[in-house]
Design a protein around this ligand. Sequence first.
Ligand code: NAP
Length: 252
Amino acid sequence: MNAKRLDGRVAVVTGASRGIGRAIAELFAHEGAKTVINYLTSEKNALAVVDRIQNKGGEATCVKADVSKFKDVKYMIETTLKEYKRIDILVNNAGILITEDVLETSEDDWDRTIDINLKGAYLCSKAVAPIMLKQKKGKIINMSSNSGLYHPSSMRFTEYVVSKAGMNGLTKALALRLGPHITVNAICPGWIKTEMIEDTDPEVERKILEETALKRYGTPDEIAASALFLASDDADFITGELLIVAGGRGMH
Ligand code: NAP
């Protein structure tokens, strides 16, 4: 029988109750990782993800935690350690998108976006880094966005764009600090069909498809495949990189 790509690993995936996080958690579990499904509000969905994984013979558990609060993050990491004894992979995936114009958004919108999308990744990385350093092994994958690079039609989501540009900086800074035993990389997805983008203005949608070389949306499974690559031994010599998975939208 072929060995699975993540056999014996323990993975924590934040925001894994739906969308991209769910696809990553299910693929990692399928590849042999004991997987922690983090969620904040969607308990039923998170439990359903755990069920699906267990029904296919995988190992998973779910933990409620707000990634923007260090107390919650600490609880999530301690719970994982108690259950699985180690942490090999952290995917900082949890995120929100506020689509209002910057002239309409509030200070609270800014704070919430930066706190969840950027500070959340910082807090989770800080909490797992000592464990991974002790193990002399670990992989951190940050879910950024190609809107954190430059892309005109996404630039209107100011708070989000800033949070993802920050995520790109965080990725490089942590990669330098946490080497040589820990790798830190980011994925910059283009437009991926999930609940997050359900309310996109049809005119913006049309523009996005027009400027995408492959003329279609990506799927959560396509992002999960890239996350699996970065989490696997195949990516051992890759760190501090931003992997754009966007169907040719916003080539750099
Ligand atoms: P989604 O379907 O809206 O799912 C978001 C996930 O994040 C949910 O599981 C949600 O959990 C969780 N979450 C939100 N706030 C949280 C918090 N404070 N603590 C813990 N979990 C929290 O989004 P998605 O499209 O899958 O996006 C996933 C990631 O990919 C995000 O970082 C997003 O910015 C990025 N991304 C998405 C796209 C796209 O086109 N979809 C493109 C580029 C990048 P609950 O439901 O339990 O609250």
